[in-house]
Design a protein around this ligand. Structure first.
Ligand code: FES
Ligand code: FES
Length: 156
């Protein structure tokens, strides 16, 4: 069945079953491989994208639930104000180790910063608790989110 979905500002027509997870439409149909597969069960956060700005696990989100919502992926998050600050802070803090979890981490952190420009530790815990990092970069992730909030404060 054909679905029309809006991803990173462009509309795509895709011919897949309605229960196909958004993750596989992005990766296999649209060739956008920045969004990663980890568990397929909403347990790791590697597949996180934004649906209308909300951090969403694409591995359990069927394509037929998207409708006219705007999907944003790691490929375009740097074009958003919060995403640009998060990416800058990530580089400054040298967060990344193997990198596998990091697109999901950045998408969750960007959604947090977009809604809470000055997040508390509790806000960070709540927003990031579903994103697993096998390399244990959690301390640097927290520092980078705080650094991104400073950039927000400075208008940078
Ligand atoms: S792959 Fe979606 S949460 Fe793990
Ligand atoms: S950087 Fe390796 S899993 Fe997070």
């Amino acid at each position: 069945m054909a679905f029309s979905i809006k991803v990173n500002g462009s509309t795509h027509s895709v011919d897949v079953d309605g229960d196909t997870p958004l993750l596989w439409v992005l990766r296999d149909v649209l060739g956008m491989t920045g969004t990663k597969f980890g568990c397929g069960l909403a347990l790791c956060g590697a597949c996180t994208v934004h649906v209308d700005g909300v951090a969403t696990r694409s591995c359990i989100t069927p394509i037929d639930s998207i409708g006219s919502s705007a999907v944003t992926t790691i490929e375009a998050i740097g074009a958003t104000a919060a995403g640009a600050k998060i990416q800058k802070a990530w580089l400054e803090q040298e967060v990344v180790q193997c990198g596998y979890c990091q697109s999901g981490q950045i998408m969750s952190a960007s959604a947090l910063l977009a809604t809470k420009p000055q997040p508390t530790d509790a806000d960070i815990d709540s927003a990031m608790s579903g994103n697993i990092c096998r390399c244990g970069t959690y301390v640097r992730i927290r520092e980078a989110i705080k650094r991104a909030a400073q950039l927000t404060e400075q208008g940078g």
